[in-house]
Design a protein around this ligand. Sequence first.
Ligand SMILES: NC(=O)c1ccc[n+]([C@@H]2O[C@H](COP(=O)([O-])OP(=O)(O)OC[C@H]3O[C@@H](n4cnc5c(N)ncnc54)[C@H](OP(=O)(O)O)[C@@H]3O)[C@@H](O)[C@H]2O)c1
Length: 270
Amino acid sequence: MNITFVGGGNMASALIGGLLQQDYPGAQIHVVEINAENREKIKHQFGVTTGTELRAGIIDRDVIILAVKPQQLFTVAKQLAPLLAGQLVISIAAGIRTSDLSRWLGSYDYIVRAMPNTPSLIRAGVTGLYALPTVINQQKENATSILNAVGLVLWVEQEALLDAVTAISGSGPAYVFYFMEAMLQVGVELGLSIEQARQLTLQTFLGAVQLAGQSEEDVGILRSRVTSKGGTTEQALLKMEQEDIKNAIVRAVHVAFKRAQQMGDELGSL
Ligand SMILES: NC(=O)c1ccc[n+]([C@@H]2O[C@H](COP(=O)([O-])OP(=O)(O)OC[C@H]3O[C@@H](n4cnc5c(N)ncnc54)[C@H](OP(=O)(O)O)[C@@H]3O)[C@@H](O)[C@H]2O)c1
């Protein structure tokens, strides 16, 4: 599979790094990047070929990955439209729906939309994927193997579910960092150094995630295991229940979901 990236910034670098780490041949990757600094960086870091132009010879590939910012996608799509001849187009631009991208590409059928998250930058991401029904199985397998290079991959059957993916795993790292900020604050208030608080907090998240991942029990049961009667955890969780924290988080994630829907409407209105 030959791949062309359009846009060679953070996400393209993460994907290319992941592909090369899986022994994917760099000679089969080309990057179209208008930003000279990013172009040089990607060329030297990965040894892939780079250029500035979208033209027939360059785009005549199996897969084209659109990795520009959402606001830049309309312009790129208009340039790309006359050059398409059956290639799989994968868009990682947040919020832009396949129906809008297809329209911008002149009613193009072979589109997969991907919603990765920031841990993809260290290959610990999770990506939601949706394909137009016309995308063939081989193309879906290609999309899976490319996005697998930066983490887990999860296909959804309806595109609307990518807004849920955005609300859960797209924005999710920020929710986790927010919880961490609170833990760090308390650690320091209770006399630990910032470094000690950081080590305790990070290892607690890492350990809890690994425990949940390796356990067959659901997270509610795992939580109850840490909560002995009359102990410290019980007191903390009681306080969280009184402050309605779980419901506040649920309401906040619903707001993220609604915003993802709105952004889809706004970004696709061109
Ligand atoms: N970063 C994440 O964790 C993350 C997570 C989920 C989804 N995404 C999505 O991934 C996409 C890329 O994000 P990013 O963080 O990698 O952005 P980025 O670092 O800004 O990379 C985009 C690159 O594309 C270049 N570019 C702009 N127009 C171009 C054109 N017409 N032809 C070729 N290159 C062009 C930009 O140049 P200039 O800098 O000069 O504009 C920039 O170097 C976004 O749509 C974002 O929504 C990112």
